[in-house]
Design a protein around this ligand. Structure first.
Ligand SMILES: Cc1ncc(COP(=O)(O)O)c(C=O)c1O
Length: 453
């Protein structure tokens, strides 16, 4: 497959070329998560329009967004119902300070999110990005213990290969060296305990054995350190940025029981895996438990606007409710609970209901499995795996430079794919159809072949 050149109705691709936008961007924009010098060899892709699962560059080439633009775009680009909700909100109120004021979209969204957790997590604290949600959950947990007269409970537990964002607090609980090493001296490191990553199963072992071992390691740690531990934070079911490491719900059940036994908070970072990614609206539902803090972002607005939220319990909220200002949670961000973002999030929740997304995705994932099966069976591929709407496989003997070569060839084949090290993953928007998925799988196969050529 090669990207078709098009003239999209309503998209002016004549006045700006890829070359022009790329040159100007490289001069003026410092791109995220990028060694800028690498763009001497690998071109930037200047996108001028999006339509469904497609992204369209300034020269009119089309790319399938097979990673949902960093995992945020659940329902494709320019989804009419989300666009209409944002437009409607634009005509009412674009923003208002959330301290001392409130507004309809934030109230409605908080009520709906609470209802979606069965009322267990009925207090919503907002921010703009995932890392801010991590910071809020960590601070709120430690401050809770402080307010309870147990200020010594201020350390955190995280998992090997876990990722929670790039701010300093979030990096302290993140175990991905490439993002962390340069800032090590600035961090307050968490205790890093074994991951339940099912790939760790030795010959004769099952995934559940790995999960039980990981939970046992947590138990041993808490036996010694519960009195200084505020919370454990991890990504339920899929540790995404660490390489799409997957585990089953049993680990969550065991963590919940240990947190109850040792008086430690359970922070579920569902920033990447929330909103249907794992096959249920929230990943933790599959374990039949609730965390003490649920961090959400990314898909919450369907990729329209930055928004994150930490949901928590009555018990946590009540520990801050007092005449004393010092016992309050005085954290804030300027765009906290932005009405436009909340309107987009409400439209996303509507779509989940209207389109019966969770059920539809279940059937779709089974069909996508069949289409992707030959790729998973490639002799160079190991640990082909899927949870919900996330497919991943490892390429253990990949040549040096694999992630870049793979991404570059896939792009030329018309698919946006970005391996994490030697792990290739596919995280499609939920609206992808079978035919487009076939094109993605074909692009991935060609990229794999070309990487070994
Ligand atoms: C699990 C998880 N937590 C936190 C974050 C940080 O979110 P943000 O990039 O919006 O700050 C990410 C981002 O990839 C993530 O995957």
């Amino acid at each position: 497959m090669s990207p078709d050149t098009i003239n999209e109705p309503g998209v002016d691709v004549t006045s700006r070329s890829n070359a022009d936008l790329t040159a100007r961007s490289l001069k003026a924009v410092w791109h995220p998560c990028t060694q800028m010098k690498a763009h001497e060899a690998f071109p930037l892709v200047p996108i001028v329009a999006g339509e469904g699962v497609w992204l369209i560059d300034a020269d009119g080439h089309r790319y399938i967004d097979a990673v949902s633009s960093w995992w945020v775009n659940l329902f494709g680009h320019r989804e009419p119902r989300i666009s209409a909700a944002v437009r409607d909100q634009l005509d009412r109120l674009e923003h208002v300070i959330l301290a001392g004021f409130t507004h309809e979209p934030v109230v409605q969204l908080s009520e709906r999110l609470s209802a979606l957790t069965g009322g267990a997590l009925g207090h919503a604290f907002y921010a703009s990005d995932g890392a801010s949600a991590t910071e809020i959950a960590l601070k709120m947990s430690a401050h809770f213990w402080h307010n309870q007269g147990r200020p010594g409970k201020n350390r955190f537990i995280a998992l090997e290969g876990g990722y929670h964002g790039e701010t300093l607090g979030a990096l302290g609980v993140t175990d991905v060296p490439i993002f962390r090493t340069a800032y090590e001296a600035l961090l307050r490191p968490a205790a890093t305990l074994p991951s339940p990553d099912s790939r760790r199963a030795a010959r004769g072992e099952k995934a559940i054995d790995v999960a039980i071992d990981a939970a046992t390691a947590l138990e041993r740690y808490l036996e010694r350190h519960a009195s200084e531990t505020a919370a454990i934070i991890f990504e339920p079911l899929i540790q995404c940025a660490g390489g799409m490491a997957m585990h089953g719900p049993e680990y969550l059940r065991r963590v919940r029981a240990l947190c109850d036994r040792f008086d430690v908070h359970f922070i579920a970072d569902e920033i990447a895996v929330g909103f249907g990614r794992t096959g249920t609206l929230f990943a933790h539902e599959q374990a039949g438990i609730r965390p003490d803090f649920l961090c959400l972002s990314k898909g919450i607005t369907g990729g329209y606007l930055p928004l994150s939220v930490v949901l928590t319990t009555d018990a946590v909220f009540d520990a801050f409710y007092d005449h004393d200002i010092a016992r309050a949670f005085l954290h804030s961000h300027s765009y906290t609970g932005n009405p436009l973002a909340c309107a987009a999030a409400l439209a996303v929740l509507e779509i989940f209901e209207q389109d019966n997304v969770i059920e539809t995705n279940r059937d779709k994932a089974a069909r996508f499995d069949r289409i992707a099966a030959p790729l998973g069976a490639d002799p160079r591929v190991r640990h082909a795996r899927r949870t919900g709407m996330v497919w991943a496989f490892d390429v253990p003997d990949a040549p040096i430079g694999f992630p870049r070569t793979f991404a570059e060839v896939a792009r030329r084949e018309g698919a946006l794919l970005r391996p994490i090290g030697n792990t290739v993953y596919l995280m499609p928007p939920y609206v992808m159809d079978d035919e487009t998925w076939e094109r993605v799988v074909r692009a991935a196969q060609r990229a794999l072949d070309a990487s070994f050529a």
